[in-house]
Design a protein around this ligand. Structure first.
Ligand SMILES: *[C@@H]1O[C@H](CO)[C@@H](O)[C@H](O)[C@H]1NC(C)=O
Ligand SMILES: *[C@@H]1O[C@H](CO)[C@@H](O)[C@H](O)[C@H]1NC(C)=O
Length: 395
């Protein structure tokens, strides 16, 4: 039934191909910029050739949580349908987007009730096939000295676990045999702007945030500040903090707001991710701040990718948002999602949204036809998790 959401409306062929071209060029440009931004910390001979990239296996998308879909040029999600709508949306007025959004809302129940049977089904499948509670992060228990860590983004590459690397792992998984009653996964979407969800999020037992988001005063009322897990993609912090080559104090200071939360680093997605993630970990150790850096386990990513693919997710690389949502489904009884909304306009007022709650980039329409979001919506309507799209305290 969700498939219906993205049914196309009548559209002229030439518009469609123009949009397709724009989309393709845009993605190429993004990929190019992404490589450029990684340049500073990559040993040149280790840069994967562009050809390889297209074939590379699943890994976590380098973008933040709100980018539920990471569109790759060679693997366009169900876009034929969605693209046909794109031309009717301009960034300032929402002529056509209300149609798309209203269709989404038809499947979005405001009076949500948890459906225990559906929740248990996903939870036990995730536990059997991916076992995030034990394997989501690398630990001394699941990754002994001498073993090989296979990169999830570069199939043939691995890193042998030396004593030095082993020392950086947590002893055992902090999630094993533990269940939290309520968890919030907070994406960074512009939908959170003026949402007043800060208190609601902060009153959740366990809060997961994405990609080192700002939590300063002007945002606190809308996104809260409590943090138990925060993900950190090297592409963002390396650029912002000079590749951690010079002074590291500004970086370390920027982490203080996350307290003693776990900082989840995708150190073994690509070979070039490892040095910057280790640099982040060593910075934290050297300055002895309370945040706890941990490494995402690439085997978990791989198993998750296989699992969600079997459930219809089409993206090659899972977004970090879906990775942490999957973990939450395993370790939390009630999962609430905030800040996940891939469309350019607000579902209620139809006002234009920024890409992230903390920037003034316009939300990018072309980022927004994700099969990942379709999945989240489906999980919401099946009562597995609850997706929050409105203001808090008003619903
Ligand atoms: C995940 O994948 C690995 C390697 O493909 C496999 O050995 C393992 O059994 C899988 N499942 C779990 C729950 O880890
Ligand atoms: C979790 O529970 C299992 C079985 O009840 C037990 O064997 C295991 O040692 C426990 N793990 C931790 C980390 O407590």
């Amino acid at each position: 039934m969700i498939g219906l959401l993205w049914e196309g409306r009548g559209m002229r062929g030439h518009c469609f191909s123009v949009m397709l071209t724009v989309l393709f060029l845009g993605t190429l440009l993004t990929t190019f910029i992404w490589y450029m931004s990684n340049d500073s910390h990559v040993e040149p001979h280790r840069l994967p050739a562009p050809k390889k990239t297209e074939k590379r296996a699943p890994s976590v998308s380098s973008d933040s949580c709100n980018d539920c879909s990471h569109v790759e040029p060679d693997k366009l999600p169900p876009q034929k349908k969605t693209e046909e709508k794109a031309p009717s949306v301009s960034s300032d007025n929402c002529k056509g987007c209300s149609k798309v959004i209203n269709k989404v809302l038809e499947h979005y129940s405001q009076t949500w009730t948890k459906q225990e049977e559906n929740y248990q089904k996903y939870r036990s499948q995730l536990h059997t096939r991916c076992r995030g509670s034990e394997k989501a992060i690398l630990t001394q228990a699941n990754t002994p000295v001498g073993s090989k860590i296979l990169y999830d983004g570069e199939k043939q590459r691995f890193r042998k676990v030396t004593l030095e690397l082993f020392r950086t792992f947590m002893k055992e998984s902090p999630f094993s045999n533990k269940t939290w009653d309520t968890c919030a996964v907070v994406g960074n979407g512009g939908i959170l702007t003026n949402s007043n969800c800060g208190n609601t999020i902060d009153s959740t037992q366990f809060v997961i945030r994405c990609n080192l988001p700002p939590l300063e005063n002007e945002f606190k009322a809308h996104v809260g500040s409590k943090t138990d897990i925060v993900t950190a993609n090297p592409s963002s912090y390396m650029k912002k903090f000079g590749g951690l080559q010079g002074q590291r104090r500004p970086f370390v200071d920027s982490l203080q707001k996350y307290g003693n939360s776990m900082m989840l680093l995708p150190a073994f997605s690509f070979a070039f991710s490892t040095p910057p993630c280790l640099r982040a970990l060593y910075s934290v150790e050297d300055f002895e701040i309370p945040i706890q850096p941990v490494f995402l386990n690439p085997e978990y990513i791989q198993n998750l990718t296989d699992f969600w693919r079997s459930q219809g997710v089409r993206e090659i690389r899972l977004s970090t948002g879906l990775v942490v949502t999957s973990l939450a489904l395993e370790i939390c009884t009630n999962v609430h999602l905030y800040g996940f909304w891939p469309f350019s306009h607000h579902p209620h007022g139809f006002q234009p949204l920024t890409h992230h709650y903390y920037d003034d980039r316009k939300a990018n329409y072309f980022h927004s036809m994700p099969s990942e979001f379709k999945l989240l919506l489906q999980l919401h309507s099946q009562g597995v998790l609850r997706l929050h799209l409105g203001q808090c305290g008003e619903q």
